[in-house]
Design a protein around this ligand. Structure first.
Ligand SMILES: [Zn+2]
Length: 386
């Protein structure tokens, strides 16, 4: 049991209001304004940073602070304001205890369910000031869906909290304790243009070279810790031209940094080898390739001995639940904040089938998430870790 009275109707009302506010990545202004007003009404300090200017969006990340009434270490909770497309004109409907969109859009529970839990926590803290709690800090981010961009511009030096939770996953009873490192790799393969019908022998088809490269490359599921993908291939303008340029977008991920480097090296080697074989055969300085690598996010690995994990598990047990841990295949803003020195564990808020028009959230899961967050805050203040 938690001393906080979960205000289920308020939680759902806030959520329904928020999903109706359009907030695709880089267009979070209306959402940021609405949240700023709500948090200020609840006695929080709110500060918006300049991340929007950095990424070409119209709103920054919000840092929200609410003074506590006990001396324990401040806790951070974080979610993101932006949603994937189709994101505009969302009409949420409630049916049989499930909230979904009418069908033409996503729902936006990713991640407005997380924000609703945070807002609900602020409401309870404001409405029940006698329940013991430490200082609370909320970091509400922009542009998570387009490469964790907002989080990358957060000034963690301003944080009071030195640890926290990201509310941006599915099952509230599963605490996410690990996520992979990821790199994005852009490749360009250069051939030589010529008329494909008149003198094909004067050209070098970059498409043919790429075909050989891909036939040699191992991607998809590499091992239980590692994946890789070629997601985009672009090249050519007409069927009668030997294609001079092909551009490709690739990625690799692993929970193990050595395996990640090995996979990237393998992918690069396929380009290197095939291009060299062609050049040797043709006696020319083409085909060649270029590679542009960027580290997207870094692996996170917690154990059940880490305080944040123990606290979350025990908060669930306090509520009488069977709790578990999970490993994720994707990065979150927690990957970024943890790498910036603020360790963050990821918690589920009930969102399901995200990034699709089938997205939905079960109200019972959503309520559990709000309950878990309140229980974490209370157990932390009372020093209860079971
Ligand atoms: Zn999300």
């Amino acid at each position: 049991m938690s001393s906080y009275n979960i205000q289920s109707q308020q939680l759902i009302d806030d959520f329904m209001t928020m999903v109706r506010i359009d907030s695709p990545s880089k267009d979070e202004r209306a959402m940021a304004d609405w949240l700023t007003a709500r948090f200020k009404e609840l006695g929080c300090e709110v500060e918006e940073d300049k991340a929007g200017e950095e990424v070409g969006g119209n709103a920054g990340n919000l840092r929200v602070f609410l003074k506590g009434n006990t001396d324990v270490a401040p806790l951070l909770f974080s979610s993101h304001m932006d949603t994937v497309e189709p994101a505009n004109g969302i009409e949420p409907v409630i049916e049989d205890g499930v909230i979904r969109s009418k069908g033409e859009t996503i729902l936006g529970s990713d991640d407005k369910a997380g924000i609703a839990c945070i807002l609900h926590l602020a409401r309870m803290a404001n409405g029940q000031p006698d329940v013991p709690r430490g200082d609370l800090e909320f970091s509400i981010h922009i542009c998570e869906e387009i490469g964790l961009l907002g989080a990358k511009y957060v000034d963690t030096g301003k944080f009071h909290a030195k640890m926290g939770y990201i509310l941006d996953d599915h099952d509230p009873r599963q605490v996410c304790i690990g996520s992979p490192s990821a790199v994005r790799i852009d490749y360009k393969v250069f051939g030589k243009a010529s008329h494909a019908g008149v003198e094909p022998e004067k050209g070098i088809s970059a498409i043919k070279v790429v075909g050989e490269i891909l036939a040699r490359m191992n991607f998809g599921r590499i091992d239980e810790e590692t994946t890789a993908n070629i997601g985009v291939i672009k090249g050519g303008t007409a069927s009668n031209i030997m294609t001079p340029l092909v551009e490709m977008k690739a990625e690799a991920r692993s929970h193990n940094p050595e395996k990640l480097e090995k996979q990237v090296a393998h992918m690069n080697a396929c380009f290197e080898e095939v291009c060299k074989e062609w050049r040797d055969k043709l006696g020319e300085n083409l085909p060649k390739y270029e590679v542009d690598r960027s580290d997207d996010y870094h692996a996170v690995s917690f154990t059940t001995d880490d305080y944040l994990v123990k606290l979350a598990l025990s908060a669930g047990k306090t509520l009488g639940w069977e709790m578990g841990t999970k490993i994720s295949g994707g990065g979150t803003d927690g990957s970024v904040l943890t790498h910036l020195g603020i360790p963050c564990v990821v918690l589920g808020v009930g969102m399901q089938d995200v990034h699709s028009t089938n997205e939905y959230i079960k109200i019972s899961d959503f309520e559990e998430a709000a309950n878990l967050v309140a229980s974490i805050v209370e157990n932390h203040a009372n020093g209860v870790v079971v």
